[in-house]
Design a protein around this ligand. Structure first.
Ligand code: NAD
Ligand code: UDP
Length: 308
């Protein structure tokens, strides 16, 4: 098969391209390199038939493929808030352009959605039935609402044009190749710990996230893509929540760092809890994450150690 991965030079996109190539498929990675890096995909050509297409997903595109994974979108709060109108355009126009191509070619298309569509949830864990609690005019709205509209478009292209859609609602995922400068908490804490700098806890550090290792997430992505007829959104993530305070001490222990911690203001609209209900993924995909957080963090630390 020949696949298009938009956002293919990003963190998740590059791991997905790698997995597809290792499975014998041909891959086109489309990316504008706004948050991704050519370094992430530099070696992928040695794994098989791999092509990089420098392109903005918000501009219509036409390539001959058998399936599309639509991942193009900045994912870290710092990056997506840097140019918020562009973030919304990327989500909405990128979804339309991916769906139009899938409609024309009659091929499956998967949307990388997010736990952010639940906003600052009033229910925990979050199941796919929960409609969320999103501030539509806050500083995270460019991302949250952009991704919500993308889901709407995916379901409407399914209902109106029978496009063969999949929607993965990804919860915080981490691993090697995360950008060191995008402020996401795992690479940020690891970089600070390796440099001996204080780890920056935003707010009181009691807010929780549930961290999934990238290899597990990619397995879920592919299982979902191959699950013909599954058009409902599916949560993919690790159901074990941890507070940012506890994450900071785990990182300090695993890096054997002497770093202390320091408290900084909590960013606006920062969700207090995030915990996926993954029963649907277990039932429908026979999928659950396998990698322990300590193993995943050690692999991420080893990667970041080479780059700091
Ligand atoms: P990333 O920033 O590393 O990757 C995004 C990629 O998309 C980058 O390579 C970037 O250059 C590219 N891109 C951005 N705008 C583009 C545009 N207009 N045209 C073409 N390419 C563009 O982030 P990531 O963590 O790999 O996230 C990938 C996808 O998964 C995103 O859609 C994100 O919303 C979603 N997601 C990720 C997580 C996570 O924890 N990593 C959680 C939820 C959802
Ligand atoms: N966070 C933190 N210190 C940092 C970076 C992030 O305490 O240096 C917190 C942030 O406030 C949030 C959590 O870590 O509560 C996860 O942040 P991230 O940006 O990784 O992803 P989010 O889930 O907020 O999109």
């Amino acid at each position: 098969m020949r696949y298009l991965v938009t956002g293919g030079a990003g963190f998740l996109g590059s791991h997905l391209c790698e997995r597809l190539l290792l499975s014998g498929h041909s891959v086109i990675a489309m990316d504008d390199f706004s948050t991704g890096s050519p370094d992430n995909v530099r070696d992928l050509g040695s794994l098989g038939d791999f092509e990089i297409l420098e392109w903005d997903v918000a501009v219509p595109f036409d390539v001959d493929v058998d399936g599309i994974f639509n991942l193009a979108c900045p994912a870290s709060p710092i990056q997506y808030q840097r140019n918020p109108t562009r973030t919304t355009k990327t989500s909405v126009l990128g979804a339309i352009n991916s769906l139009e191509l899938a409609k024309k070619l009659e091929i499956p298309v998967l949307q990388a959605s997010t736990s952010e569509i639940y906003g600052d949830p009033r229910e925990s864990p979050q199941s796919e039935e929960y409609w969320g609690n999103v501030n539509p005019i806050g500083i995270r709205a460019c991302y949250d609402e952009g991704k919500r509209v993308a889901e709407t478009l995916f379901l409407d292209y399914f209902r109106e044009f029978s496009v063969d859609i999949r929607i993965a609602r990804i919860f915080n995922t981490y691993g090697p190749r995360m950008a060191l400068n995008d402020g996401r908490v795992v690479p940020q804490f690891i970089t600070q710990a390796l440099r001996g700098d204080p780890l920056t806890i935003y707010g009181d550090g009691e807010q929780t996230r549930s961290f999934c290792y990238v290899d597990d997430l990619i397995s879920g992505f592919i299982a979902l893509f191959l699950r013909a007829g599954e058009h409902r959104p599916i949560n993919l993530g690790n159901p074990e929540p941890i507070s940012m305070l506890d994450l900071a001490s785990e990182v300090v222990d695993l890096t054997q760092s002497k770093s202390t911690i320091t408290f900084m203001p909590l960013p606006l609209d920062d969700p207090l809890i995030r915990e996926p209900d993954i029963e649907r993924a277990k039932d429908v995909l026979d999928w659950a994450p396998l990698v322990d957080r300590s193993d995943g963090l050690l692999a991420t630390i080893a990667d970041i150690r080479q780059r700091v």
